[in-house]
Write a protein that binds this ligand. Structure first.
Ligand SMILES: C[S@@+](CC[C@H](N)C(=O)[O-])C[C@H]1O[C@@H](n2cnc3c(N)ncnc32)[C@H](O)[C@@H]1O
Length: 311
């Protein structure tokens, strides 16, 4: 998951070893995380894949089954993990995660406090962002969820960067031992306004808080609470549009085909056919693009605020 060696140095090892976690990639919407074990096999609709054939191959390799089918073996990253992890709760996806990491200014060495941990989707990206010298302290009041998250961080090799605590953050706040030490705090809680006074205590001067809420009423209530101790309060909804880009062929005078890739949006003739004879070859291959049907709509609102300097 992270190219960090035991001495906390970043090291890029690119070959698959026995015991590694790999992402077995069939298509962008069909992947799974598999732990490599020399004596094991993976079976899917393409046949049987021996793990022993994978060992020593570089991440990114295409590997074959006994029937000549293939999959790709990708290095696990927080982006891919978010797509394959087991959903024990609602999770944050990459559009919100990217925005959170940027606006919370999470960089190597930061100390980040988070609640709730949920399925650990955001935590995984926070851990990579603070590595190799920072730390994420994440809290959930649900014991089983906290335990499963801990297991996942072991599996993904992040456990030295993340500590999972069991605690009711809305009721008790964050532990006092973190007072004034947090570079940033992230809340994904049903009643975040109850945790905001404690979050403010945890932050260093000028520290930043972010709260994720699916409903605007939660945002309004949180903003009311934030005003007494925070400034620069801003709320965003991040909407992401994904595109399908494929090669197609346009028939001369052909109309739009409903639902097909040829139905407009952006067309670009391939370089090889551009300017070859100066004439318009109406059935030449063309790169077609259109918004993907998988585009996700509303997930939630992200409210950011910076601790006021009270001196
Ligand atoms: C939506 S999930 C968080 C998902 C997470 N952000 C992710 O990306 O995987 C919300 C979590 O908050 C936890 N939670 C709810 N109330 C809490 C409280 N008072 N204290 C601590 N955790 C709480 C729930 O158990 C749940 O796991």
């Amino acid at each position: 998951m992270l190219p960090v060696d035991p001495t906390k140095k970043i090291s890029f090892r690119r070959c698959i070893c026995d015991g590694d976690l790999v992402i077995v990639y069939e298509r962008h919407d069909n992947m799974k995380a598999v732990k490599v074990c020399e004596s094991s096999e993976l079976q899917n609709r393409f046949g049987v894949f021996k793990h022993s054939d994978w060992i020593g191959k570089p991440f990114g390799s295409k590997v074959l089954s006994n029937k000549g089918g293939f999959v790709y073996l990708l290095a696990p990253t927080p982006e891919l993990w978010t797509l394959v992890l087991s959903h024990r709760t609602q999770i944050l996806y990459i559009a919100d995660i990217s925005f959170v990491i940027l606006f919370l200014e999470v960089v190597p060495g930061c100390l980040v406090l988070e609640s709730g941990t949920g399925s650990g989707s955001l935590t995984t990206s926070l851990a990579r962002a603070v590595a190799p010298t920072g730390h994420v302290y994440t809290f959930d009041f649900h014991e089983q969820r906290a335990a499963s998250a801990r297991e996942d961080f072991e599996r993904t090799g992040l456990s030295s960067l993340v500590t999972v605590g069991v605690r009711d953050i809305q009721g008790e706040g964050f532990p006092d031992e973190f007072s004034g030490l947090g570079d940033s705090v992230f809340l994904d809680l049903p009643q975040p306004w109850l945790a905001i006074p404690s979050a403010a205590k945890m932050l260093k001067q000028d520290g930043i808080l972010c709260s994720f809420s699916p409903c605007i009423e939660q945002v309004q209530r949180s903003c009311e609470t934030l005003r007494s101790t925070f400034t620069d309060i801003r709320t965003f909804e991040v909407l992401l549009r994904t595109y399908e880009v494929r090669e197609g062929s346009v028939e001369c005078g052909g109309g739009d085909e409903a639902g097909s890739l040829l139905s407009r949006p952006f067309k670009r003739r391939q370089r090889s056919s551009e300017g070859s004879n100066g004439r318009d070859n109406s059935s030449s291959p063309t790169v077609m693009a259109r918004p993907s049907g998988e585009t996700r709509g509303h997930t939630g609102y992200l409210t950011f605020a910076r601790l006021k300097c009270l001196y």
